[in-house]
Design a protein around this ligand. Structure first.
Ligand SMILES: C[S@@+](CC[C@H](N)C(=O)[O-])C[C@H]1O[C@@H](n2cnc3c(N)ncnc32)[C@H](O)[C@@H]1O
Length: 371
């Protein structure tokens, strides 16, 4: 487990903090997150220039046509700042420890940055050619066993979900896309989670993070709640391997399985979370996952959901959402945008708690299984 896990002791609030300590903590947070935003924005800008040059050699690259309003740079920056302010407030209120988001040594940073830029022309080439089936052509025995809808080069990324190299690059690529704000968006799920745990003994809470990827939510959840155990479930063995490396805690376990066919007994889990999965699923599978979540949760158990904003959540972002599947291979994203998740979950006995909260380009919702 990380050093943060060992250090963190939940507090009842910030009221007792001496002002100087509070200023030091805020400065540390601003420095850490500010430098992340600068790092990933710089990468995004260099990538944009590379792509502009590459497109001259790849004239068949489809044109991007936004359908709806686009938020300006200033609006997006304001929403990122708002997200960070809420994140810091949660730290100050003792909900979770000061984040140590993706801390890399200069050497790791350099080699990941190089690998990222090496991949940019590959992604541009796939996008120009509309190529998203390479993983199928190279499929080995492990990939053959996976469902067809899953065996694609999602985002046009090299190897889709099917290699260690893709798993190692994933967090960096996503942070370039979200200007370094990805981890803060995920942490929004820890706010209702902390609320749920307030009434429970953490040691007795059965928690599973569906489609955990490289452990983006499992890691901070175990750091925030020092007695909680959690299982990360994913269909990608290579992504789970990276999650194991990053969160080798005794309180973490991992299982390779499909979210639509969960290897858990009926009414056995207290909390199921799921971050950035639903937009990657065909509508039929989305319904199966919801039915499975409803089956495995105990009555009164919670489903914590974080995924992309949907159409109309924040109307100023609608055009940007329409651009996303044009830039990246996201075959199910457009159907996700108009999916009535409140209704779908209600049909399976999962009632939406509170109003959906937008967090930059994500939406955070808690559903509770009817008792
Ligand atoms: C966009 S990533 C999100 C990963 C992680 N939750 C995060 O916050 O970064 C999608 C993940 O979903 C996994 N996945 C996709 N379809 C799945 C399914 N049907 N069952 C289990 N995992 C799935 C992929 O392997 C990948 O790790």
């Amino acid at each position: 487990m990380s050093a943060a896990d060992n250090e963190f002791r939940p507090s009842s609030g910030s009221s007792g903090s001496p002002p100087l300590w509070s200023i030091a903590r805020r400065s540390r947070y601003a420095l850490q997150q500010g430098s992340r935003v600068a790092l990933y924005t710089l990468h995004s800008e260099v990538m944009r220039r590379m792509n502009r040059r590459l497109q001259k050699e790849l004239p068949e690259t489809p044109k991007v046509v936004p359908e709806g309003p686009l938020p300006g740079q200033r609006r997006m920056l304001a929403d990122i700042v708002k997200l960070f302010a809420e994140d810091l407030k949660a730290v100050e209120n003792g909900l979770y420890p000061m984040p140590s988001d993706g801390t890399m040594t200069p050497r790791e940073l350099l080699s990941t940055s190089r690998a990222f830029f090496r991949d940019v022309p590959q992604v541009a080439r796939r996008r120009a050619a509309g190529a998203h089936q390479e993983v199928n052509e190279q499929a080995d025995g492990f990939a053959d066993a996976l469902p067809r809808y899953y065996r694609q080069n999602f985002h046009f990324q090299t190897d889709g979900w099917l290699s260690q190299e893709s798993a190692r690059l994933y967090d960096f690529q996503v942070d370039v896309l979200f200007s370094g704000a990805t981890a803060a968006m995920r942490r929004r799920a820890l706010v209702p989670f902390a609320d749920i745990l307030r009434k429970k003994d953490q040691r007795r809470v059965a928690f599973v993070d569906l489609a955990c990827g490289t452990g983006g939510l499992l890691h901070p959840a175990l750091a925030a709640f020092p007695r909680l155990r959690g299982t990360g479930l994913d269909l990608s063995e290579p992504y789970l391997n990276v999650a194991r490396e990053r969160t080798p805690s005794k309180r973490a376990s991992y299982v390779t399985a499909m979210a639509e066919d969960l290897p858990f007994a009926d009414n056995s889990l207290d909390v199921v979370s799921c971050v950035f999965l639903f937009h990657e699923l065909p509508p039929k599978i989305r319904r199966q996952v919801i039915a499975e979540v409803a089956r495995v949760l105990k009555p009164g158990g919670s489903f914590l959901f974080v995924d992309s904003l949907q159409s109309g959540d924040v109307p100023e972002y609608d055009g940007l959402l329409s651009v996303f599947p044009q830039l990246f291979h996201e075959p199910y994203f457009t159907s996700y945008l108009d999916e009535d998740l409140t209704d779908l979950c209600a049909n399976s006995g999962l009632q939406q708690q509170r109003w959906m909260t937008p967090a930059f380009v994500s939406r955070v919702v808690e559903f509770v299984k009817s008792s």
